[in-house]
Design a protein around this ligand. Structure first.
Ligand code: PMV
Length: 329
């Protein structure tokens, strides 16, 4: 018999200061603090129902029932929730995103944020935002940043209790756009969980981590002051530094495609011409072009003319993960 059911919606987020590498791999305590913006319009909706009659957790992602690692990762978060709630029942989980998974659009961030909010509510827990962020973090690090709304900082912390994200400004604080150039929508070959574990093998990792406090302070101030000229170079520096760590890991992780590099050069040239735009890239080939709302049509038009750009999606700053009334099943 179903004993508790809830549905949550969460958005992915795009990091302006990146999270790469963990000091505790199992708990996903990151090597550095990071800062991001939630992405309105891209959504993951997840329903969780605990049911006494189930023998094991059932996980359906994008209409397909999963087994193996994808299922186990979800079941692990359910185990945490069961332990917190003193519950033994297994759950049925159904989740859908309105964008491709595993292609650098942070589907794991929205997925685990939605799962944390839905599963804890279905289990009858009333967790505050920091506790939900910590729970989401254990599923996918960046998911902790999809729990609060708008512009969000994840303080690295040193342990489970101190590593969570909080909002530094609501979505309406600054009308930035993320104009996403999709150059590859296939599932990436090396996921970020494996990638984080390789960060330490790069001789550049320690240098990047040491540079984060200064960069984070500059990005935080630029967001709070809505200063695009101050924001742009630091966002690009940090994305390039993260990819330098990735590329110099053993084995190396090279996520870029030729079109990725073409866009990097183009964006730098456009900014030199006076267009308020900068780029950042996650663990994939797609390029997120951040710009002020007034520049987004121009940036979209220019991106579409670059060979290898398959599609362009425009997103604005979005709100927090939240419970909704409509269930998926
Ligand atoms: O949360 P994960 O394990 O999917 O890691 C995300 C890592 C990056 O997207 C590359 C950077 C970030 O901060 O979002």
């Amino acid at each position: 018999m179903p004993i508790g059911k809830a549905t949550a919606v969460a958005l992915p987020n795009i990091a302006l200061i990146k999270y790469w590498g963990n000091r505790d791999q199992a708990l996903r305590i990151p090597a550095n603090s990071s800062l991001s913006m939630n992405m309105a319009g891209l959504t993951t909706t997840t329903t969780v129902a605990f049911d006494d009659a189930l023998k094991s957790d059932v996980v359906v992602l994008g209409g397909v029932e999963r087994s193996g690692p994808a299922r186990d990762r979800v079941a692990k978060m359910l185990d945490r929730v069961r332990a917190l709630a003193g519950l033994a029942a297994r759950a049925r989980v159904e989740s859908r995103s309105n964008f491709p998974a595993g292609a650098g659009l942070a589907s794991s961030a929205s997925g685990f944020a939605a799962l944390a909010v839905a599963s804890s509510a279905a289990a009858g827990l009333h967790l505050d935002e920091a506790a939900l962020s910590r729970l989401a973090r254990t599923g996918s690090g960046s998911a902790c940043r999809s729990v609060p709304g708008g512009y969000v900082e994840w303080q690295a912390g040193t342990d489970d209790a101190s590593s969570f994200a909080f909002s530094i400004a609501p979505p309406e604080h600054w009308d930035l756009r993320d104009v996403i150039a999709l150059v590859d929508v296939t599932h990436k070959s090396v996921g970020s969980t494996q990638g984080h574990a390789l960060a330490d093998t790069s001789p550049l990792h320690a240098g990047r981590v040491a540079s984060i406090p200064g960069r984070l302070a500059r990005v935080r101030a630029a967001v709070l002051e809505r200063d695009f000229a101050a924001l742009a170079p630091v966002v690009e520096d940090d994305a390039l530094a993260m990819h330098a760590v990735m590329m110099t890991s053993h084995p190396p992780l090279i996520y870029w495609q030729p079109a990725t590099i073409a866009i990097i050069h183009a964006v730098r040239a456009w900014r030199a011409e006076g267009v308020s735009v900068c780029f950042t890239i996650d663990a994939g080939a797609n390029v997120h072009c951040l710009c002020e709302a007034s520049a987004s049509d121009e940036v979209t038009r220019r991106l579409r003319s670059i060979a290898g750009v398959q599609d362009v999606r425009i997103v604005s700053p979005g709100g927090p993960a939240r419970l909704i009334d409509d269930h998926l099943f």
